[in-house]
Design a protein around this ligand. Structure first.
Ligand code: LIP
Length: 281
């Protein structure tokens, strides 16, 4: 029997509290020095003891608070909840919540002590993200959103950039860890550069999406993101009024994510299609 339908604002309250505790752990561990350094997909795709400790902490906190929920984390994958169910997913209650977590987004920034890395935690119900928080663990800046309820930074409502001309736009992007992918991404970047004001590469997708939601960059695009990179930040950007999508009507995902105000989206999209930005390795 499923519990009453989860209330997004209640889920956000939980996400914010859990993210704040996790951010404190990440910050304290960084202060004590990086440990447990290892690599994943390539020699530049790093993970630290803090990534793993933060994920364990968040999973344990969510299991305590909402044992029926599943948790998908970057480092340890999906922990199924206790929800037993009905619906088209045997063993899962369709109203069950799945939390989506990047314990430290911006791991290379964390490694170098650059104050630009975040806890990203989103709540998904029936495949739709309904609440999300992104918290810069180094600075304490916090972005939140509930679907249909707007986007906020530390309580201030966000509305994205009012820039209407791509040639005057500051565009954020990022690059993968695989060398062959980076060659393709660099070619796309070279093709885009003449058509924008400038590019910024900050190293954390979740924060890039929040900066775009705030209008501190005008738009953002990146190929190769995982769902935990963009689940929370993508909701923040969408609730700030940005279009968050893939190319040619696709959903945002590993092939491409573009986040831009409606006035810029089509022009940026056209360049990314022309440059085959979703293609390549
Ligand atoms: C990072 C993303 C960033 C991307 C990096 C990396 P991580 O995630 O947030 O946008 O450009 O290559 O994927 O690995 O720090 O969680």
């Amino acid at each position: 029997m499923s519990e009453r339908k989860p209330v997004p604002s209640d889920l956000l309250t939980i996400a914010v509290e859990v993210a704040r505790q996790a951010a404190e752990t990440a910050r304290e561990m960084r202060r004590d020095g990086v440990s447990g350094l290892a690599t994943k997909s390539t020699a530049t795709d790093v993970v630290t003891a803090a990534d793993r400790a933060v994920e364990r902490q968040v999973v344990a906190a969510l299991r305590e608070l909402r044992p029926a929920d599943a948790v998908l984390g970057e480092e340890f994958g999906e922990e199924p909840g206790d929800a037993v169910g009905r619906g088209d997913r045997p063993g899962r209650d369709p109203d069950a919540v799945r939390w989506i977590l990047d314990p430290i987004d911006g791991t290379v920034n964390y490694l170098y002590g650059l104050p630009h890395y975040a806890i990203s935690l989103a709540a998904e119900v029936s495949g739709t993200v309904v609440a999300g928080v992104v918290r810069n663990a180094a600075t304490g800046a916090e972005w939140t959103a509930v679907r249909g309820g707007g986007a906020f930074r530390d309580g201030t409502a966000l509305a994205g950039s009012d820039q209407r001309t791509l040639a005057q736009s500051l565009v954020a992007t990022g690059f993968g860890y695989d060398a062959a992918r980076r060659v393709h991404q660099a070619r796309v970047l070279a093709g885009l550069m003449p058509h924008v004001r400038d590019i910024r590469r900050f190293g954390a997708a979740a924060l890039d999406l929040c900066l775009a939601a705030e209008g501190q960059v005008d738009a953002y695009y990146e190929k190769g993101l995982n769902v935990w990179d963009h689940a929370a930040g993508g909701l923040v950007a969408a609730e700030a009024g940005l279009v968050v999508a893939g190319l040619r009507g696709a959903e945002p995902g590993p092939r491409m994510l573009v986040a831009a105000p409606p006035a810029l989206f089509d022009d940026l999209h056209e360049h990314l299609v022309r440059l085959d930005a979703a293609g390549g390795p």
